[in-house]
Design a protein around this ligand. Structure first.
Ligand code: NAD
Length: 491
């Protein structure tokens, strides 16, 4: 079997008990291609009874799955990795259709997901327990066990990759996983389910339950779902975190971001400018690691000018994808309109640079706003589009003050050729992921992905080593045996 992009179902099914199942819900939403505004399918807003059914099946399947040794469990992911690579082109097309990214970006995103699958295949090497004789004849050992049925709730911006931050590792750890994909981009999830089935994953271990807020709340409240991973906006991350925590569940909820990139006067102009352009305009700015604000120190005008020049080569409909929805388009152009009215200098106006976009799509070209007041909404709010707000600052202390008073803490980066300055920045900037001369400082496996403060509710990161702890329980055992021939020799 391989992914067939031409056969998108009219109504996206759920995936329960190893098969595509139509939801009985009468509530549906259109699935719209952002590049054309065309309705490509409908997605059901499943009922909580359908979630209950998926969890019940998952519970039974998980017991058998957990009993399989980890070295055998991960074999599924060796095969899954090969299938993802075989189907890379079709999966990328699907991501582009539902999300709007360019094909190159979609391929890149699937391949980043493949790295998470690779990490899951290493689990036998990573999950070793410990053993020590703590007293004569008394031994303590510790090991990790799966937590049971777990769930992941994911956003629209990386429909294939963000779920792969969670399910390969969670499943390799011995859990059964319920995915609730974004209702805006639900197509990739079902294809992932089919490929997992082909890779030999037993029925019931991976389920997809489509829906919106109602299903999210049902997941948070479900007594048999033990851990919840969430990735999305800060508002919803906080709701999910609080709701799960109030039910005594484990939860890691990653939220939004407002990432600052600082340009020092000694930065390499060409490398800095091209890197900033890629950071703020890549994936149409719809990634939580995108540059949103540049803090330009005195003596960096030539770099800002080069950012503007290079951004002119990023063209909506050619090498830049559309925004996700009509509402997102209205929201983001609204930010630019108000900034202009408030006297912010529009260095490059993406509202005017859209003639290459296909008709009906939600196109916006790269937009650069200069001399933004630090307290203006374009300097403070997550915009989530191909916009760059430039704040001018006199020195690094002033730049750090701006970065460190924003409530988010996902990423921050500095461009400099001075090691001491870079060291000071990495120690002082309040973000979980720091870049030095890199504007999208995504840590790659085995390093974990996760921000701080309003970008991450819960304790820890969503990928890498830290996530193994999240998807497992730590068991400690103390044993004592009678010495041969001497009875209970310890007493
Ligand atoms: P979103 O918060 O609107 O949706 C995320 C998920 O929450 C979806 O599955 C959706 O169905 C559900 N949801 C939406 N509203 C809800 C509500 N009121 N109650 C319960 N559930 C609800 O996010 P989005 O617009 O799909 O994605 C973009 C956001 O995700 C941005 O803020 C971006 O920064 C963030 N994001 C963060 C990371 C990270 O690693 N920190 C990664 C990717 C995206």
């Amino acid at each position: 079997m391989s992914v067939d992009i031409a056969s998108i179902p009219a109504v996206v099914p759920n995936w329960i008990d190893g098969a595509a199942v139509n939801s009985s819900s009468g509530r549906k939403l259109p699935v719209i291609a952002p590049a054309t505004g065309e309705v490509k399918a409908e997605v059901p807003l499943s009922t909580s009874a359908e979630l209950d059914q998926a969890v019940e099946i998952a519970k039974k399947a998980q017991r058998d799955w957990a009993a399989i040794p980890v070295k055998d469990r991960v074999q599924v992911f060796f095969r899954y990795k090969a299938l993802l690579e075989e189907n890379l082109d079709a999966l990328a097309e699907l991501v582009t259709l539902e999300n709007g990214k360019t094909i190159a970006e979609s391929k890149g995103s699937v391949l980043r997901g493949v790295e998470c699958v690779e990490f899951a295949t290493s689990l036998p090497q990573l999950i070793l327990g410990q053993n020590l004789e703590v007293g004569r004849g008394i031994e303590c050992k510790s090991f990790r066990q799966p937590v049971g049925v777990v769930a992941g709730i994911t956003p629209f911006n990386f429909p294939a990759m963000v779920p792969m931050w969670m399910y390969p590792l969670a499943i390799a750890c011995g859990n059964a996983f319920i995915l609730k994909p974004s209702e805006i981009t639900p197509l990739s999830a079902i294809e992932s389910a089919k490929l997992l089935e082909e890779a030999g994953l037993p029925k019931g271990i991976f389920s997809v339950v489509n829906g919106d807020r109602e299903i999210v709340e049902a997941i948070c409240d479900h007594k048999d779902i033990k851990s919840v991973g969430f990735v999305g906006s800060t508002k919803v991350a906080k709701l999910v975190y609080e709701r799960c925590a109030s039910k005594g569940k484990r939860v890691r909820a990653l939220g939004g971001a407002k990432n600052h990139l600082v340009i020092m006067p000694d930065a390499d102009p060409e490398m800095t400018a091209s890197n900033i352009v890629a950071s703020f305009s890549g994936c149409a700015g719809q990634r939580c690691m995108a540059a949103s604000v540049v803090i330009a120190l005195e003596g960096t005008d030539h770099i800002i000018e080069r950012v503007r020049e290079l951004s002119e080569g990023v063209v909506a409909g050619k090498n830049l994808g559309p925004l996700i929805t009509k509402e997102a388009h209205e929201r983001i152009t609204g930010y630019i309109d108000r900034a202009e009215q408030n006297g912010v200098k529009i260095l490059l106006d993406g509202r005017k640079n859209i003639e290459h976009g296909t008709p009906g799509g939600y196109w916006l070209g790269p937009t650069i706003m200069d001399h933004c007041p630090p307290d203006h909404e374009v300097s403070c709010n997550e915009i989530f589009g191909p916009t760059l707000s430039i704040i001018r600052a006199k020195d690094l202390d002033a730049a750090l003050e701006i970065e460190n008073t924003n409530p988010y803490g996902n990423a921050a980066a500095i461009y400099t050729t001075d090691g001491g300055t870079a060291q000071h920045f990495m120690e002082s900037a309040n973000a979980g992921m720091i870049g030095v001369n890199i504007g999208v400082p995504v840590p790659r496996e085995p390093f974990p992905f996760g921000g701080l403060f309003d970008s991450n509710f819960g304790d820890g990161d969503i990928t890498g080593n830290g996530a193994i702890e999240f998807w497992t329980s730590h068991k400690k055992v103390t044993t004592k045996w009678a010495e041969r021939g001497r009875g209970n020799w310890m007493s």
